[in-house]
Design a protein around this ligand. Structure first.
Ligand code: HEM
Length: 428
């Protein structure tokens, strides 16, 4: 579909076949669209040498299987804290807000793993960080008039308050990073070089990355990219999965039986155990099909002309891949509106960007570099929640009352709280 958003021609891709053409065959013709928002122009920079070197560095230092496995003890500690807090709610028979709990979990893991600090009990505690990031997402997902309306767009942005909100969001993020660097200096364990240390070293040594000297702004851009992309994508998946399971008691029972039959008498499901949980993996894929956390991927800009199905796509066109629509395409999926994890039994579709019917992590050179980190976080977190607890709706609520309204932005989360009452399955 071609629409004109003000001055900008915008193509929206909504089938797996056209997504394959855009993201695989013509990957080189498209760059990420520049978003004029703080360091985002660095964070979402084109495929130049800088981008290549930074991506390599980040994958090596943070997202490789080896690095991700090395942070497993952090994940275990944080999931244990979550189990303890759920167990307390269970003994008091009180409901828990799962959006909040899952977000707190992924923020703690991410901050400890990527920034080497825990913000718990500091001025940068989860509440403030969550607000900051939510606001940044909204600004990134919002349509700025100056991007689309020639000459007068900036006036619309100014009078609508968007410009002021963006400036404020930029300043707040900046202050956050500075405080984070201070905290990092205080908390850092002597001797070991963590990810932030590596970046600070590159800055200190004035290393040339791409064509430029590496500066504090580059560090902030990289951390911003990781923070924005990594903070709530995993927790959004966990929340939607639990909402779907609460709405589908048959699936809930089946996935819990799988986990409990395979893992007997353990305090915690390990990462190795999750490898055997095939039905849980199908539940997660089905969740991504219906609720991809980044439903339009990162917007791209066409740099050189190419054709899709005989249609010319001109340079300067903005390109969105509607991963949500692809997941609901009736030509691919039978009864697409139903939550049916069994649909994955007879096919080999996975979510790693090779099968264009299911693209929660995107595809092509811009594909999420943290697929392993994100997937293991979701599997490990959910497996433990489903192993330890049965889940009941709050008093007076029936399955039909669970709403599935979405909160708009670059990532799309469940708008309203998912409130469920945990009940301990084991006595220990
Ligand atoms: C379930 C979890 C996750 C999902 C569904 C997800 C999804 C995505 C998607 C759709 C993109 C854009 C791809 C494209 O436009 O083709 C992306 C990019 C990215 N993701 Fe993830 N992500 C997840 C977890 C994470 C985590 C945990 C981190 C970091 C700790 C992370 C870091 C990134 C980064 C840095 C990018 C930008 C890559 C670039 O610009 O080249 N993601 N992710």
């Amino acid at each position: 579909m071609l629409v004109k958003l003000g001055k900008v021609p915008t193509v929206i891709i909504s089938s797996s076949e056209t997504a394959r053409q855009a993201l695989k065959d013509h990957d080189l013709n498209c760059w990420p669209r520049e978003l004029s928002y703080n360091y985002v122009d660095i964070a979402f920079s084109p495929f130049d040498d800088y981008w290549k070197e930074v991506r390599k560095l980040v994958v090596q230092e943070l997202f490789s299987t080896k690095q991700v496995n090395s942070i497993q003890p952090i994940k275990e500690e944080e999931v244990k804290k979550l189990i303890d807090s759920m167990a307390e709610s269970a003994s008091q028979k009180t409901q828990v807000n799962l959006n909040e709990k899952f977000l707190a979990l992924t923020v703690s893991v991410l901050c400890r793993a990527a920034f080497g600090v825990s913000f718990e009990g500091t001025v940068l505690s989860n509440g403030r960080l969550n607000k900051l990031v939510r606001e940044a997402y909204e600004m990134l997902g919002s349509f700025s008039a100056s991007d689309y309306i020639p000459y007068a767009g900036w006036m619309v942005d100014r009078f609508s308050g968007l410009e002021g909100r963006r400036d404020k969001s930029v300043q707040d993020l900046d202050a956050f990073y500075e405080q984070m660097f201070d905290l990092h200096k205080e908390e850092k364990e002597k001797g070991s070089e963590d990810f932030v240390d590596v970046l600070l070293r590159l800055e200190k040594e004035e290393t040339v990355v791409g064509n430029d000297k590496f500066t504090r702004n580059h560090i902030k851009a990289i951390l911003m990219n990781i923070l924005l992309a990594g903070m709530d994508t995993s927790s959004i998946t966990m929340t939607w999965a639990m909402a779907e399971l609460a709405r589908n008691p048959r699936v809930m029972k089946k996935v819990q039986s799988e986990i409990r039959n395979q893992t007997v008498n353990k305090f915690m499901i390990s990462l190795d155990d999750t490898n055997q949980l095939n039905y849980l993996k199908m539940v997660i894929k089905e969740t991504w099909r219906l609720h991809p956390p980044v439903p339009l991927l990162v917007p791209r800009e066409v740099m050189s002309e190419f054709e899709i199905n005989g249609y010319k796509i001109e340079p300067k066109t903005q390109l969105y891949v509607n991963v949500w629509a692809i997941g609901c395409d009736q030509d691919t999926w039978k009864d697409p509106e139903m939550f049916l994890p069994e649909r994955f039994i007879d096919n080999n579709i996975d979510a790693k960007g090779k099968h264009f019917e299911l693209l929660p992590f995107g595809s092509g050179r811009r594909i999420c570099p943290a697929i392993y980190m994100g997937t293991t976080m979701v599997e490990f977190g959910l497996a433990n929640m489903l192993y330890h607890f049965d889940w009941k709706l709050p008093e007076g609520m029936v399955v039909e009352d669970i709403d599935m309204e979405e909160y708009p932005g670059l990532t799309v989360s469940k708008k309203n709280e998912l409130l469920l009452v945990p009940m301990k399955y084991f006595d220990h």
